[in-house]
Design a protein around this ligand. Structure first.
Ligand SMILES: *Cc1c(COP(=O)(O)O)cnc(C)c1O
Length: 363
């Protein structure tokens, strides 16, 4: 049996007619940047999350960067975030000359531990950037309470959690700003790079729209130093089709994720723990095993693809050496990064494929 880590071809087959016709329509309209496909997609995104504003942009990384730029985060400022995430989260903080301040994660959710945030706040702290990892939201209520007390902004890195819910509200619409990614392998994936920014604040929305278009408020009038961070029309057209079917896919992902957990219950791997007030979109289905190398090799022998998200926490990365963190500073992130591994996961993983993976793990 040949199993894909994420089956994007099966998904394309499912929506081929609609996607092909939408993409070809963009070609014949010859409106490649902005235009009606993008406007419609942004309207649909806002409706989906319940956010007042949804703004398409060039990637999840740029969404995070634009949100920090809109909040005027710059040299000397500190932003609190998790060391157990993809590099983008802390990279954009550092790019603006601000300092990423790491706070360790919770051992069950793998998201930032709110009980450890207040100790990291200084007079330079401007924002908290929690990551909703593997498809499950960080504990946003606790984080928002801390932020309110200290007058900080909260930016949800929702690059893996678009479609997830927290207290019955959608991820991306849980804080000052929410940022997501449409990288092809994310739960809602484009056919190239893409992302979106969400907010209920009119002034921030207006500023981010300018920032992603070179700080332009009128043609060739530049109010801010911005970037080229636009989402193109072909991606918006593809995403519009996929968003239409997204609720069904989220349901399938939830069923497949829960089924993995049920089937693995009597094994010695640690399965994901989803909080009772949350639903996960299982951007990754990640388990913890004592001997990861042996497990990967065992699955490899059966041609089962796996991945490790992420093998090195950010405070141990060479790029962040200048921050002077050391091994042992974030013990839970370090432990989890040694044990975690992701299994094949997508809305199109069949029960037979899943049984094959589970048997290989147990065998
Ligand atoms: C994918 C991802 C990003 C970056 O998104 P891109 O669209 O690839 O730029 C940022 N943060 C997290 C947690 C991600 O998973």
């Amino acid at each position: 049996m040949k199993i894909n880590f994420i089956d994007l071809q099966a998904q394309y087959k499912e929506y081929k007619k609609e996607i092909d016709s939408e993409v070809l329509e963009v070609m014949s309209l010859a409106q490649f940047i902005g235009g009606e496909k993008l406007n419609l997609f942004e309207k649909n995104l806002a409706a989906y999350t319940g956010s007042k504003h949804a703004i398409g942009c060039s990637s999840g990384t740029d969404a995070l960067l634009l949100s920090l730029m809109a909040l005027d985060i710059s040299a000397g400022d500190e932003v609190i975030t998790s060391p157990f995430t993809f590099i983008s989260t802390a990279e954009v903080i550092a790019l603006l000359g601000a300092k990423p301040v790491f706070v360790d994660i919770d051992e069950e959710s793998y998201n930032i531990d709110p009980s450890k945030i207040e100790d990291a706040i200084t007079e330079r702290t401007k924002a908290i950037m929690p990551v909703s990892l593997y498809g499950q939201c960080a504990d946003m209520e606790a984080i928002n309470d801390i932020a309110k007390k200290h007058n900080l902004s909260v930016i949800e890195d929702a690059c893996q959690s678009f479609g997830a819910t927290y207290n019955n509200k959608k991820s991306c619409n849980l804080s000052t700003i929410g940022c997501t990614s449409f990288f092809p392998s994310k739960p809602l994936g484009a056919y190239g790079d893409g992302g979106a920014i969400f907010t209920n604040d009119d002034a921030l929305a207006e500023k981010m729209r300018m920032l992603l278009n070179h700080g332009q408020n009128e043609r060739y009038k530049h109010k801010y130093i911005g970037i080229n961070g636009r989402l193109d029309a072909i991606q918006a057209a593809v995403l519009n089709v996929k968003l239409k079917h997204f609720d069904k896919e989220v349901r399938l992902r939830d069923e497949i994720g829960s089924r993995y957990s049920d089937l693995l219950e009597d094994s010695d791997v640690i399965t994901p723990k989803i909080a009772p007030n949350a639903t996960s979109v299982y951007a990754q289905y990640s388990i913890r095993v004592k001997d990861r190398e042996a497990m990967i090799e065992k699955l490899n022998k059966k041609e089962i693809p796996t991945a490790v998200h992420y093998p090195v926490p950010l405070h141990m990365q060479e790029a962040f050496k200048y921050l002077d963190y050391k091994e042992g500073d974030f013990p839970i992130s370090e432990l989890v990064s040694k044990q975690i591994m992701s299994l094949p996961m997508s809305a199109y993983l069949s029960e037979a494929e899943q049984d094959f993976v589970v048997q290989a793990i147990k065998g």
